[in-house]
Design a protein around this ligand. Structure first.
Ligand code: NAP
Length: 465
């Protein structure tokens, strides 16, 4: 049964109606006009970056320099969408093919109309902006529902844009998101956990509203015997602990070649020991997540794992110190479920075949990191995930031209780059007859010799080679 909260629904309906009314005008601005407006928005965000970083820090707790880095990354993607929308989505002619040589053929990407964007709190600017920038650049108006933990960040972004009918912001809890899914928007761009993603898909299925699903992850870092161990350890600690581990692409599992396991582990522990909760990393944002982190650590230890750093004592209220676990069984929650805390499991493997096999066993498939001097790209090709960074952590997510998204339980569809722009537009095919066909194939006036010609065509074009 769907429970409808009328206050919530009314607010969402009003925002969607305003966006619907503004959609034709926004689309008619064309790529150039929209690009100008997006540039003005980008500049407003850049000018207010200090204030915005302060808001991020206050609402979800990440250190100010990390908040500033998040804004910088988001602006790079916004700039890319603003500058490349026309080249990616604008009309282009394609070859007509043998049966329709007398036609001009054009493909173009048209806006859906109104797009609902539902965002998480862990990267409250970078993550939703990936969808919002592409949706606006493609010619849609947007209604954005930020996380209930970061409503002011959402409002700030909307105010910086300066036109609530083109970019509306609706705040509230999950009920607001649910109402947005049922509001008649033309597409939903969702970023959040896999569990909520399932609910969003179910709600959108009722009206066949298309969805983009950017969900959770359980990313692995693979360390080969020939890896630069200092760089790999640095990537493991930053990838696992930064933002208190609350990153969809966080490193949560490490598979390391047994020949270098001990040396690598020593380096990781030494580095992680220097990372302190409350100083280098913020608190766990959602109080309920502390329990999940604690239960994953305890389960790992109960089942034979060992904490070489941290452990249950590392969980001190909402501040969780880095925890490094070894010897954790592959079927324990710390290996199979998204922990979303500053924890790492480090597991020795016989070779990279085993590392790839264990990496791919996960139901998630968002990103991965590989460290190897000689074989990085070859190992990367064998990993089932939306992206892999070789010899660096998460470099792919910062490259504006590269798509970001997952496979399996990590979702489907893409933000960023050309694929991210196409995500918020539907392809539209047009043909225009330039002159009548000398061979009327699709007419009841088709002469018998035309049938012969079709048979010859099949043989010549497809039967001989
Ligand atoms: P979440 O709890 O799933 O919430 C995500 C968004 O969905 C929030 O705005 C939430 O609103 C809203 N929501 C909740 N229930 C809803 C419903 N029934 N219908 C529609 N919307 C609903 O996720 P989160 O805790 O904010 O974010 C962390 C998760 O996001 C992690 O799993 C992380 O891996 C994932 N993530 C993925 C990516 C990626 O690119 N793949 C990026 C960042 C984060 P409320 O907050 O108000 O409940």
């Amino acid at each position: 049964m769907t429970v409808v909260d009328h206050d919530v629904t009314t607010g969402v309906t009003a925002a969607v109606q305003a966006a619907r009314a503004a959609a034709p005008g926004w689309a008619e601005l064309g790529f150039t006009g929209r690009s100008r407006r997006l540039r003005a928005w980008r500049r407003a965000i850049a000018r207010g970056a200090t204030e915005l970083a302060g808001l991020i820090h206050r609402e979800m707790g990440k250190p100010l320099p990390d908040a500033m880095l998040e804004i910088a990354m988001a602006l790079e993607h916004l700039a890319w969408a603003e500058r490349n929308a026309e080249a990616v989505l604008g009309p282009r002619t394609v070859r007509p093919g043998a049966l329709t040589a007398n036609h001009k053929c054009v493909v173009e990407y048209r806006p859906y109309g109104v797009v609902g964007v539902i965002g998480p709190w862990n990267y409250p600017v970078f993550t939703p902006l990936g969808s919002i920038a592409a949706a606006l650049a493609a010619g849609n108006t947007v209604v954005f529902k930020p996380s209930e933990y970061t409503p002011e960040v959402g409002r700030w972004l909307g105010e910086a844009f300066g036109d609530a009918s083109v970019l509306g912001v609706v705040t509230g809890d999950g009920r607001t998101g649910a109402a947005l899914c049922r509001s008649g928007v033309d597409k939903i761009g969702f970023t959040g956990s896999t569990a909520t993603g399932r609910r969003v898909m179910a709600a959108c299925a009722e009206s066949v509203t298309p969805v983009l699903m950017e969900c959770g992850g359980k990313d692995a870092l693979l360390v080969d015997a020939d890896a630069d161990l200092d760089a790999a350890a640095d990537a493991a600690v930053w990838g696992g602990m930064s933002n208190a581990g609350q990153t969809c692409l966080a490193v949560e599992r490490v598979y390391v070649h047994r020949d270098v396991h001990d040396a690598f582990l020593e380096k990781v522990v030494a580095l992680a020991r220097g990372v302190r909760a409350g100083e280098h990393i913020g608190p766990v944002t959602m109080p309920g997540q502390v329990e999940v982190i604690d239960s994953h650590i305890r389960d790992a230890l109960d089942r034979g794992g060992r904490a070489v750093l941290g452990g249950p004592d590392a969980v001190r209220g909402r501040f969780v110190e880095p925890t490094i676990l070894t010897g954790v069984p592959e079927d324990s929650a710390a290996v199979t479920e998204e922990t979303f805390g500053p924890t790492l499991t480090v597991t020795a493997v016989a070779d990279m075949d085993e590392a790839v096999e264990l990496t791919n066993r996960s139901r998630y498939g968002l990103g991965a990191t590989v460290f190897s001097r000689r074989n990085g790209e070859a190992i990367a090709r064998r990993i089932r995930s939306g992206a892999v960074s070789v010899n660096a952590f998460v470099a792919h997510a910062t490259v504006p031209a590269l798509p970001l998204g997952g496979t399996g339980a990590s979702g489907f569809g893409r933000v960023h780059g050309a694929d991210g722009l196409r995500e918020f537009a539907y392809p539209r095919a047009t043909t225009a007859q330039r002159f009548p066909s000398p061979v009327p194939l699709t007419s009841f006036r088709r002469p018998p010799w035309a049938d012969t010609l079709v048979r010859v065509l099949i043989a010549v074009r497809h039967g001989w080679r």
